[in-house]
Design a protein. Sequence first.
Length: 257
Amino acid sequence: MIHPTALVDPKAEIGENVDIGPYSVIEKRVSLGEGTKIGPHVVMREGTHIGKRCQIYQFSSIGEAPQALAYKGEPTLLQVGDDNIIREYVTLHRGSVKGGGKTVLGNENFIMAYSHIAHDCQVGNHVVMANGATLAGHILIEDHAIIGGLAAIHQFCRVGTHAIISGLTGVSQDVPPYTMAAGDRAKLFGLNTIGLKRAKFSEETLKALKKAYRIIFRSCLTLEKSIKNIAEDDIFQIPEVQHLLQFIQHSKRGICR
């Protein structure tokens, strides 16, 4: 159902069973997948593509132009997958030409009130962003990451899968997969053990990750030497350990320690 007070451009693509609430604005070049529900007073700008069964709450700004000084009005995109919950006052911005032209939010994410996802971010699946969490531009968030309330992540940083970042944390370097980060400037406080257990990681995997964490972050070895030691150890056969090492080796901003 489209409320009579909603402004929906004739060139918008509206799927079946889509609800659009009072006073919402849906511009041209917007597509809404089947079963998606748009609350009242939502603004959805052109270049926005929303998947199926998403819930977008009141006063959200979806697909607005990037907050980038270099942006000159070029057509860019915001791509949102299926089954996402986007709460009140969330802001999701389109990509910029210099950043590839597309901001992506995957499937089954929970983006809580007042959160912000800036231009050219790539957010995976099953990610939780608590109230007021903020992503600057060009950030990569892997699947199952949790970002606490009022946490702020610097542009071009990466957050690994199953990592958890505490509230009020400033992140200026990459947060490795499976770890916990907290502090005024993010520091590591071990593995996200409770989260990994809830995700039903095997005991073998947990033991391997704990050993790898100790070697990399709690030994006196250089990063190069610690990675070499792990590569020669039996734990390197565990896929999660391999992913941890690959994530670290591909870091451009450095790793939180």
